[in-house]
Design a protein around this ligand. Structure first.
Ligand SMILES: Cc1ncc(COP(=O)(O)O)c(C=O)c1O
Length: 559
């Protein structure tokens, strides 16, 4: 320190000299020549006040974790132009209004006889039943078409569906939050956790929470890790490391709970998470890592055993997202397919999300998040012992909730039974294999990785073939399938409703490719999806791109 100080003072003097020389060159010098000490003090005070005001009020948005500095800089300039340049903001608002109009007009086509106010006198039940039948008929347009990806998972068995409806309808007014009033739904909830936990290696007792769907299950798991990290490790700037293919619910948890989301790259041939990249992104503020089994977009599964050993070594959580794949994958070994371990039999797995309302075949609105320990689960619970309305505690995001959801899950698990689940799992996994084989034989496209469980996606191998154009053509033929991005592809989620129609799917894809080949110019832009993704990806700031697609939500909620 003694030697360092004179050097620092010398450096400071040199810098000061430079600054003085520079200042003398500027015209400011002329104005300040006559300043006395009082003027200088006033000037310094004004600059300090302005500086403090700027520090407090001019907030620059945080850089996204994976965003380059150049990307961030570009986005900030773009935001500045949008906010302060006359004309730019109004231009964007105009474009949003046009988009809203276009979304709303497609909603209008699916809307009839609007009701804007409650009627003066209640409508009689015959009229209501007529209305119900009209709506059921209109909404069942796609039922049984075999052309829908995911969405409706239950087997096409009218009697089973009717029985489920009959069972659930008795619980639509019950509320598991009031266990004293509705002990049946309380019991069903605990039993759904127990039965589901049993499938994932919870041998002695079920430790989980029943939620409204996969998204809530994931959000609650992330909440638990955030709170666990804070209370056990003193982490107040938590982060999670997720594969790029992980579900959007993880980002949502990040946004809701101020958890930084670090995105690990995907290996471009296996479409599994790049383990080295994931490992490199873990630091002392990481509360958990994530693996999907499988992911929604590409149907590929991450190497859970490797992730579990990383999580164990680093003493952090590993959440396995088996929302989509869980009820297919857990029965794979029963029909002779070894998918490797992905459940609590692995030491490092600390939570799992699994949806009854997907391949559990239950009516909508029910999923389960399972935890390795009660201590971890407790971090997702909410309680307020001192509330003026009385001591309050709930396990999930909801307060009051409908007992029919859990009743639907309980009914389904009980009435289908293990043997049938094994049979359905085999059917779905066999169909997955055969679809992968058929698509692999089409020279112009390539299946992403090696999907084994229940969904499959493909990309284009040809520069003249915009994969979204295939989507456009299939949509016009009545297919409701998803388009994925980064990289661009088309995804189908296999269900008991559509596996009988996959030959037609492959046939229609081949025909679409031929059509595009005959006229590549016409299909170059890839139709509606090509335009949507093309536009959103050109917007330099993700927050603005998000705002743009929120216009769609406005149209959903407009009548
Ligand atoms: C892998 C995966 N995780 C989570 C979810 C979210 O589930 P939900 O739509 O029930 O909220 C989905 C939905 O498709 C999914 O595929």
């Amino acid at each position: 320190m003694e030697q360092l100080l004179p050097i620092l003072i010398q450096e400071y003097n040199v810098l000061k000299q430079y600054a003085k020389e520079f200042y003398k060159q500027t015209s400011m010098h002329e104005y300040t020549k006559s300043f006395d000490i009082f003027d200088t003090a006033i000037l310094v005070s004004i600059i300090s006040v302005l500086g403090l005001w700027a520090l407090r009020n001019l907030r620059f948005p945080n850089k996204d974790y994976n965003q380059s500095f150049f990307g961030y800089f570009k986005a900030q300039i773009f935001i500045f132009l949008v906010n302060y340049c006359p004309g730019v903001n109004s231009y964007i608002e105009k474009q949003k209004a046009i988009a809203l109009e276009s979304f709303s007009s497609s909603m209008e086509k699916m809307t009839s006889k609007k009701t804007l106010k409650i009627p003066e006198n209640g409508i009689d039940s015959d009229t209501m039943m007529d209305k119900m039948n009209e709506w059921i008929e209109r909404d069942s347009k796609h039922n049984g078409s075999g052309k829908v990806s995911g969405s409706l998972y239950v087997m096409p068995d009218k009697q089973f569906i009717k029985n489920a409806q009959d069972f659930c309808k008795h619980f639509i007014y019950s509320n598991p939050m009031h266990a004293d009033l509705w002990p049946a739904t309380r019991q069903m909830e605990a039993e759904v956790i127990r039965m589901t936990g049993d499938l994932f290696g919870q041998e002695k007792e079920g430790i989980g929470i029943v939620t409204t769907g996969g998204t809530e299950s994931i959000i609650l798991a992330m909440l638990a890790y955030r709170n666990w990290g804070e209370s056990q490790k003193g982490i107040n700037k938590p982060n999670i490391v997720i594969p790029e293919t992980a579900h959007s619910a993880f980002y949502r948890a990040g946004e809701y709970f101020k958890i930084q989301v670090r995105v690990a790259k995907i290996d471009q041939s296996s479409f599994q998470v790049d383990i080295n990249d994931l490992r490199a992104k873990i630091d002392s503020n990481t509360v958990c890592i994530v693996g999907s089994f499988p992911n929604f977009g590409y149907g590929t599964s991450d190497p859970i055993e490797q992730l579990a050993s990383i999580a164990k070594k680093k003493k952090i959580g590993l959440h396995v997202d088996a929302c989509l794949g869980g009820f297919t994958a857990v029965f794979a070994k029963d029909h002779g397919v070894d998918l490797g371990k992905f459940d609590f039999t692995l030491d490092g797995v600390t939570s799992i999300s699994c949806d009854q309302h997907k391949h559990g075949l239950a009516p909508k609105g029910v999923s389960t998040v399972l935890f390795k320990t009660k201590q971890l689960r407790e971090h997702a619970f909410f309680s307020l012992a001192t509330w003026s309305g009385g001591a309050y505690a709930v396990p999930s995001m909801q307060g009051s909730k409908c007992g029919a959801n859990v009743a639907g899950a309980w009914f389904t698990l009980q009435s289908i039974g293990k043997k049938k689940y094994i049979d359905y799992s085999k059917k779905i996994m066999d169909a997955t294999q055969s679809l992968v084989k058929s698509l692999s034989e089409i020279p112009e496209i390539k299946v992403f990785g090696n999907p084994q469980i229940n969904c499959v996606a493909f990309m284009s191998k040809e520069t003249w073939l915009n994969v979204y154009a295939i989507h456009e053509i299939l949509t016009h033929q009545g297919w409701t399938i998803s388009s994925v991005q980064k990289p661009a592809g088309i995804h189908i989620s296999l269900t008991l409703q559509n596996i009988g129609n996959l030959k037609q799917y492959v046939h229609d894809i081949k025909a679409a490719i031929e059509k595009i080949k005959a006229n590549p110019k016409e299909y170059k832009k890839g139709g509606e999806m090509g335009t949507v993704y093309g536009t959103t990806q050109r917007i330099p700031d993700s927050k603005l791109a998000n705002q743009a697609i929120k216009v769609y939500l406005d149209s959903l909620l407009k009548i």
